[in-house]
Ligand binder design. Structure first.
Ligand code: ZN
Length: 356
């Protein structure tokens, strides 16, 4: 299935049908459903009775195999870590797993070792056999590869060879959210297709339809937190642990001079640094917005606490601390010690209120 904000892209894409490209590269914002779109397209290309607009029929032999994850003319290539996350997930597990297992067997005990986050050369080499064989059903063969930025250098070069000497009837669908990380030579071998980012209203409507608690207002807030990406927003809304940590963090920020930096370090030490920095940055933004315009943007629910904190903080001190947080964001993926990072940040925040 495709999402409501993808219908335009779907219809525009059908204009390529007369001369379908050997490789398509979909790119766009994370958390907007790009892989689902590409998967639906793959099903449409394999379907034996597609609708006039290219939609798969959903009940032919090909569609049945596809939805069971065992269409012989379809391959999924993704990092082991992702294949493990969705076992049996609509075709992701079968073929992708067998490719991943191939270079895994010698070590055995797969569960005890860390699963790779890269797409490895063995996985791309396994595609050569797939390309060399004829189609089982006499139709198209489709390879879905994501996220393309996970291709390591050796795998990229191997893929490049395959893309340079296209096999008739094989269609590559590549998906990436970081097109800047792909080899330019890989990009140039593909037809690029930027997938639309949903309009905020459409994204909110969809979130409400998914049954997100708190209706449109909560949908807007979670969507803001997810940077406008609806699938990411839904994941946040459904993650109870996330909600607890978020409530804790906002409570500490709202406490102003009562913020307990050690408790923050202790409670948040296993939380992703970018997530906590994101909450803090939005909170600081709202403090500044409160001081300047009297109206917060991200946390309207915390209006009273924001007003109290904004009145207690010097605007220049706030600006200085803001720069500290921004600098921390630059190294957020390589923190030496998460606990110490959080302790020092929240101590810095508390100091804004300590004007002794
Ligand atoms: Zn079908």
């Amino acid at each position: 299935m495709i999402y409501p904000w993808q219908h335009d892209d779907w219809h525009k894409l059908q204009t390529l049908r007369t001369s379908w490209p050997h490789a398509l590269l979909f790119h766009g914002l994370a958390g907007t459903g790009k892989v689902d779109f590409a998967r639906h397209l793959a099903q449409g290309l394999l379907c034996e009775a597609p609708a006039a607009d290219g939609q798969p029929c959903g009940h032919c032999v090909a569609c049945t195999w596809f939805s069971q994850g065992n269409h012989p003319d379809f391959r999924v290539v993704c990092p082991e870590s992702m294949a493990a996350e969705n076992p049996g997930g609509g075709g992701a597990a079968g073929p992708a797993d067998s490719a991943a297992d191939a270079d895994d067997g010698k070590e055995g005990g797969k569960k005890t070792k860390t699963l790779s986050k890269e797409i490895k050369i063995e996985q791309v080499r396994a595609l050569l056999d797939f390309c060399a064989l004829g189609a089982h059903r006499g139709g198209a063969r489709v390879v879905l590869l994501y996220p393309a930025e996970a291709l390591n250098t050796a795998a990229s070069n191997a893929l490049l060879k395959t893309l340079e000497e296209p096999t008739a009837g094989v269609c590559f669908l590549l998906v990436t959210q970081r097109i800047d990380r792909l080899l330019p030579t890989v990009i140039s071998r593909c037809r690029q297709w930027p997938l639309a980012t949903p309009e905020p209203a459409a994204a909110r409507r969809w979130l409400v339809e998914q049954g997100i608690e708190g209706g449109d207002k909560q949908a807007a807030q979670t969507l803001a937190e997810a940077g406008g990406a609806p699938l990411a927003a839904l994941a946040i809304a459904r993650d109870a642990e996330h909600a607890t940590l978020r409530r804790f963090t906002l409570g500490q920020l709202a406490a102003g001079v009562g913020c307990d930096a050690f408790a923050c370090g202790e409670t948040l030490q296993k939380t992703a640094v970018p997530l906590v920095l994101g909450w803090m940055q939005r909170w600081l933004y709202d403090l500044s917005a409160q001081q300047n315009a009297g109206r917060p943007r991200y946390f309207p629910d915390a209006g009273k606490a924001l007003e109290r904190c904004a009145n207690a903080v010097e605007p220049t001190a706030l600006a200085t601390f803001w720069r500290t947080v921004v600098n921390q964001r630059a190294v957020e993926n390589h923190p030496l010690n998460t606990r110490l990072v959080f302790e020092s940040l929240f101590a810095g925040y508390r100091k804004l209120f300590d004007t002794e």
